[in-house]
Write a protein that binds this ligand. Sequence first.
Ligand SMILES: *Cc1c(COP(=O)(O)O)cnc(C)c1O
Length: 447
Amino acid sequence: MRYFSTRDVRQEWPVSLDAALSAGLAADGGLYVPDRLPTVTVADFDGLTTLPAVAERLLAPFFAGSSLAPQLGAICREALDLPLPIVPLPPSAEGQSWLLELFHGPTAAFKDFAARFLAACLARLHTRDDPVRSVLVATSGDTGGAVAAAFHRRPGFRVVILYPDGRVSARQAHQLGAFGDNVHALKVDGSFDDCQRIVKSLLGDRHLAARYALTSANSISLGRLLPQMAYYAYAAMRLHRDPGPGTRDPDDAATLPTLIVPTGNLGNALAAVLVREMGLPIGDVHFATNANRTLPDFFAGGQYHGRPSMATLANAMDVGDPSNFERLAWFFRERNLRQSGIHAHSVDDATIRRWIAAGELRHGQVYCPHTACAAEVHQRLRDGGAHGPMLLVATAHPAKFNEVVEPLVGHEVPAPPALAALLERPSHSEPLAAKAEALVARLEQGW
Ligand SMILES: *Cc1c(COP(=O)(O)O)cnc(C)c1O
């Protein structure tokens, strides 16, 4: 399989998977995409019942020709062997709904799957003669922790995290600074968009990227998109095999599960769309965004219009110009994106609060602010008469957002053990001005 930049429209500059994984962002500023999307059928997954097994089968065509191909099974087993419960919500007359809980990894957010997969790939591509690679990551809260956990104490790598000072939860900030060793947390005097712009500008500068052996771990990296596809394939297969009460014919398009994905930079939701395009049984995909309306406005018929991000309670989705939109548009370049079974909805902070407060009574769930957006979109769809199975994606454990969640639910939300252990460690981060030059100066200074 060959890979191209989304901006290489005539497909003149193919690169290997290995090169695409190492570089993160393409040299022309575009995002790497495969030359074609392989197709699969449900029969291809016969007998495959674990996430690592499903992942290995799904991703094999993407790894064809890569030096990592013989190790794909080991990579999947090392990185993706995390609990992945699919929890039924209370039964309703319109159809069964489930929660796909993606928050059982070491940092309690879905980004653990992808960060661990990327780290497992990059570690295997690293040779002893290579310089220490600096993994640059801009984070709106959760990416940084997941990437840090995945690369923590890995020889040959250092992680440099940029996060917007004061715009992540206290627990997220603590977590980012708590790893130490080869992980460096920089609190930027600016927004997530500023962090992302700084990282992109350094990675896009060939000279700087080479001088500091930079690589990316943001959701623009192909090494994050691919593993995220794996859990959607796994969920689609689980629901296909066991579609739940009241579902008629599992091959009937009307009974394909509708997916509702909390969405910010569009990495997670794009993975769901691509698994459907590869041929697995997934119905419409709904992006649940917070008050940052770029995607809902586009799907409502407007021009795509990236804008500054707005701070909301669902801070990991505070994105005004989702990077992966360029990839989504590329995959649908010959079709009308607005008529492709993709929808987007905006949920404001007051509604997020209402769902966090109501989640336990109505669904038996304590929702994080991001998952609360999916709960609201689910309710809107059911209220609008939507029938059939629905799968809501739960992107983070609510204990990560205890300052928001606990007052609304009226009790303590205990942190899962891995998160609790990190929160007990001391935490350290350095201030950084919101300028690319400031990061260059910091890199020049060394560690
Ligand atoms: C990152 C994140 C999101 C948004 O995911 P994207 O891939 O950026 O769309 C949603 N919820 C949580 C908890 C996150 O950490």
